[in-house]
Design a binder for this molecule. Structure first.
Ligand code: C2E
Ligand code: MG
Ligand code: MG
Length: 925
């Protein structure tokens, strides 16, 4: 799996494939920006427009107030002038006398004065009936009765009254009418007035507006109005509007659009403001009511303001604003585009990485599941509640259920034979550490291991549970154990088991203050039986004697066969020494009866030596040795008797003393020599190695086999110099053969238990290799199982030192010691030598054959090569070949040979036959 970041080009192409982030975000963003822009501009536009309208309305109001103020001032001036005229007694006399000429003569100069000073244009003298006596302003007029509101009001209240009136000519005037009294009698009325249009025009100019004054037609007489208008030089079109007539206008003419609006709204009690284009210029318009003196609405003043300039300025600002907003929007858009583009590239890269790692993850998961299922052992995961999370195929096959049926359920409910949670698994869960236990389920034995698994933060995730079916291994181990502890022929315990039981008995006896007796029995002249009647008969004799001996002992006592014709009995819980003598006598008597074998009668006697705890020794080894010495004394005493051990006996026998002395000299006299027995590869048939076996060429006794002197050498410590001699000689011989051009082979030498305990053993080995110039791979050291099991810790350390020198290590006589797989796993062993007792039984004994084949399979499983010892027949060889045993050694190929003969065999280089015809067993020699 590559974790590199993909190159930019790749990311580009990926980006194209994925739905674009930009498309997803920029489009809405653009729309939102555009909407915001439009909304902003529109709001601004409306705000500003409203502002203009509002300003217009405010101006109108101010204008109205301004106008009202002027009217008020003019009214006060009118009243002041009227008061001045009323004081003129000549005028009062002329009015009372209806003297029009005097009134005209006196009144007109007043009018001229008022016109010049205040702009007053009208002056009437009315009689008490409100009939005009003199209209002082031209054209002169008399006789009409005034029905204007001001006059009526003055008549009604007999107090001065003033206000706006629609004049007879259809103009708007401000009037002031004062009742005129003389000597407490009403002589008439004085009316002064002025056109207010000029005032209006004044106000309109101040506010820069155009205006049209409109009067309701019901307040006008058409003829009067038309005449009045002509007189004022204004265009008079009575038909122009249906309901009203124009009193005056500042517009040169009324455009058609405006005309329509006036027509429709001049009667409207609450006319709306409006906007209108006149001569291509925009105007705001509004109607202001025109009240008369009685506050009746007599008409409307249409006010128009040209807002084109303002709007143009405003539009220019608006355009600049919109432009600026668009620019800001575009910049924002570009910035977003840039950012999003960057994000999009990064996303594309991340996505690619994600895809890659997901692929790798899926692959890993597939591999994991395949591996999980491929495991032969039952494997499953469970959670804290001990419910199955996952299980492999082996689990499902055992349970006979599908994964669906077991997931989520407590495992013991689905696994056959379980009654509840396994204790080890609860322990592991509780302690958070892995645990191991053996469990018997429905006739099979499982080795169960539980491993709690934690996450990165140390929190519990799940537990991995492995159940290995070790039924076969257990059976095999039990079988090996039985083999290792019992004699194959008689089925009695062997030396190993007896020693063990004896040690236990001693512990018990020391606590209970009892005696333990050890009897060593050696059959008298058994060799004669063997040699004379054959081994078959010898074996039967041994079996029958074993049975008889067993009958002589009590329950709790142990009878063992120590090999050959030697038996040992351990009598526990002995109260008196006499009891031991009684048992001995019983045995001697039991054997005195002849045995019946194949119809023949045979008599065998035995010599018995006895040693008693605690008198004759405090440990098993001493007791056995002393009983052995006593047994020899029994032999010396003419056999078929029992001897108790005594102190005097502990003097070594003359013979063994002699041998020991001779053995010491043998090294100096160079009486030792090595024989070599070939080891053959079963695939190629070639010689790949040789075992060096020591021989003692005794000047008087002839060739002495190792069994006769090695134990003594071990006991006396002579094994150390002898062993060194063997190591050195074998290395030297191997090197010499290589120098002679023979095919290089591996030489195996035997090490005794005592040698293994030497702390400088590895140094000795290195030295021998170096001195003789032999490569370490051509040397192999053979050790028996008992040598390594004596002190497994020390042995393991020593073997590791040896292994580090590069030499091979073989476990000799495998199957005769306390064989446990643990040894094989713990020690750096490269080869396993199956003991010849198993090989001998291959053809006849099914158990032996099974053990041989199981040993080969198991050793191969641990990566260890297997060599079979003592192969004597083609049948044995064929069986070993079928079971894939790697090598073999035995008389079938060759007996141990002197160096010269072995070299000749090696030189011939004849491969031994790859397959052989089964042959009848040969007698070994
Ligand atoms: P071992 O190491 O198990 O050696 C194999 C023994 O089996 C040899 O007996 C050999 O002659 C014998 N043998 C080989 N092929 C056959 C066969 O086909 N049938 C039968 N029946 N026997 C066969 P050997 O030479 O008498 O040696 C006996 C034991 O003495 C050896 O057993 C070994 O434990 C010990 N030994 C021999 N040489 C030395 C040595 O240099 N040092 C030490 N410490 N012990 C040695
Ligand atoms: Mg050996
Ligand atoms: Mg052996």
């Amino acid at each position: 799996m590559s974790s590199a970041i993909p190159p930019a080009g790749e990311a580009q192409s990926l980006k194209a494939r994925d739905v674009g982030l930009k498309a997803q975000m920029l489009l809405p963003l653009g729309v939102v920006l555009a909407l915001l822009l439009v909304a902003f501009v529109a709001t601004f536009y409306l705000e500003e427009k409203e502002h203009l309208a509002e300003e217009f309305r405010r101006d109108l109001k101010v204008m109205q107030e301004f106008h009202a103020e002027i009217l008020g001032e003019k009214t006060r001036e009118l009243a002041a002038e009227a008061r001045m005229l009323l004081r003129d007694a000549r005028l009062a006399g002329a009015l009372a006398a209806r003297d029009r000429a005097t009134l005209a003569r006196l009144g007109r100069p007043y009018l001229e004065e008022m016109k010049a000073g205040f702009g007053f244009t009208h002056l009437y003298f009315l009689d008490p009936e409100r009939v005009i006596v003199l209209r002082a302003h031209l054209p002169d007029w008399q006789g009409d009765r005034v029905v204007r509101q001001t006059a009526l009001e003055a008549e009604r209240t007999l107090k001065p009254a003033s206000g706006t009136e629609v004049g007879p000519a259809g103009t708007l005037t401000l009037r002031h009418v004062t009742p005129w009294h003389r000597d407490g009698r009403l002589i008439g009325y004085l009316e002064i007035g002025m056109d207010i249009e000029r005032l209006l025009v004044h106000a309109l100019e101040a506010f820069k507006v155009e205006a049209v004054a409109l009067l309701g037609k019901e307040h006008l007489e058409r003829a009067d109005w038309e005449r009045g208008m002509r007189m004022l030089g204004r265009a008079a079109d009575w038909e122009q509007f249906e309901a009203c007539a124009t009193a005056f206008q500042t517009l040169p003419e009324i455009a058609s659009g405006l005309r329509e609006r006036i027509a429709s709204q001049c009667r409207d009690p609450d006319p709306a403001s409006f906007e209108i284009a006149l001569d291509g210029r925009n105007h705001y318009g509004s109607f202001i009511p025109l009240p008369d003196a009685r506050s009746r609405e007599v008409g409307k003043l249409l006010v128009l303001r040209d807002v084109s300039e303002l709007q143009r300025d405003f539009n220019a600002v608006l355009a600049r604003l919109a432009l600026a907003s668009v620019a800001v929007g575009l910049i924002l858009f570009a910035v977003f585009y840039y950012i999003l583009d960057g994000i999009e590239r990064q996303l594309a890269r991340k996505r690619l990485l994600l895809r890659e790692s997901r692929g790798a993850l899926e692959q890993a998961q597939r591999e994991w599941v395949t591996a999980f299922d491929a495991v032969q052992d039952v494997v499953f995961l469970h959670d804290r509640e001990l419910c199955v999370m996952r299980a492999n195929r082996a689990y499902l096959e055992h349970a006979g259920k599908s994964l669906k049926e077991i997931v989520g359920r407590p495992y013991w409910e689905t696994f056959p034979g379980m009654r509840g949670p396994m204790p080890g698994c609860l322990h592991a869960l509780h302690e958070g550490t892995s645990d191991e236990e053996e469990l018997a389920l429905e006739g099979r034995i499982f080795l169960c291991r539980n491993y709690p698994v934690s996450g990165a933060g140390g929190e519990y995730l799940y537990s991995l549970h492995i159940m290995q079916d070790i039924t076969e291994r257990k059976r095999y181990e039990a079988e090996l154990h039985h083999r290792a502890t019992h004699d194959g022929l008689t089925g009695l315990p062997n030396r190993y088991l007896l020693t063990d039981r004896l040690e236990q008995a001693l512990v018990h006896a020391s606590r209970a203050g009892r005696h333990v007796a050890v009897l060593v029995l050696d059959l008298d002249r058994f060799k004669t039986v063997n040699d004379g009647l054959g081994h078959g008969t010898g074996d039967q004799v041994l079996k029958q004697i074993a049975a008889r001996l067993a009958r002589c002992l009590r329950e709790g006592d142990t009878l063992a066969r120590f090999g050959g014709d030697e038996f040992v009995a351990v009598l526990v819980d002995v109260a008196r020494l006499d009891d031991v003598a009684l048992v001995g006598q019983k045995i001697l008597r039991a054997l005195a009866h002849p045995l019946s074998i194949d119809g023949q009668e045979l008599v065998t006697t035995t010599s018995i030596g006895a040693a008693v705890y605690p008198r004759d020794g405090g440990d098993a080894e001493t007791l056995l040795r002393h009983a052995d010495i006593a047994m020899y004394r029994a032999k010396e005493r003419g056999r078929d008797n029992l001897q108790f051990y005594t102190q005097e006996m502990n003097v070594r026998t003359r013979e063994s003393f002699e041998i020991e002395t001779e053995l010491r000299r043998a090294l100096e006299r160079e009486e030792f020599l090595l024989y070599y027995q070939p080891q053959v590869d079963l695939l190629s048939g070639r010689i790949t190695g040789a075992e060096a076996l020591i021989r003692w060429r005794h000047p008087a006794r002839g060739m002495v086999p190792p069994d006769r002197f090695i134990p003594l050498a071990e006991e006396t410590g002579l094994i150390a110099p002898i062993g060194e001699w063997v190591l050195d000689s074998a290395c030297e011989q191997a090197r010499r053969w290589q120098d002679e051009g023979l095919p290089p082979i591996r030489i195996a030498i035997n090490l005794s238990a005592r040698q293994l305990r030497q702390s400088h053993l590895a140094r000795l080995v290195r030295q021998a290799l170096w001195v003789n110039g032999l490569e370490a791979r051509y040397l192999e050291l053979e050790l028996t199982e008992s040598a390594v099991t004596h002190d497994p810790e020390e042995a393991a350390a020593r073997l590791r030192e040896l292994s580090a020198t590069g030499v091979g290590i073989a476990l000799d006589d495998f199957g005769t010691g306390y064989s446990s797989l643990n040894h094989l796993k713990r020690f750096p062993i490269s080869r396993l030598k199956i003991d010849r007792s198993f090989v001998r039984g291959i053809a006849a004994n099914l158990d032996d054959a099974a053990i041989v084949s199981a040993t080969v399979a198991m050793a191969h499983g641990l990566g260890i090569e297997v060599i079979a010892e003592g192969v004597e027949t083609g049948e044995q060889l064929n069986y070993l070949r079928q079971r894939h045993c790697d090598q073999a050694q035995g008389y079938y190929f060759s007996r141990p040979l002197p160096a010269g003969e072995f070299a000749a065999l090696l030189l011939r280089g004849e491969p031994l036959p790859p397959t052989v015809e089964a042959q009848p067993s040969q007698q070994s020699g």
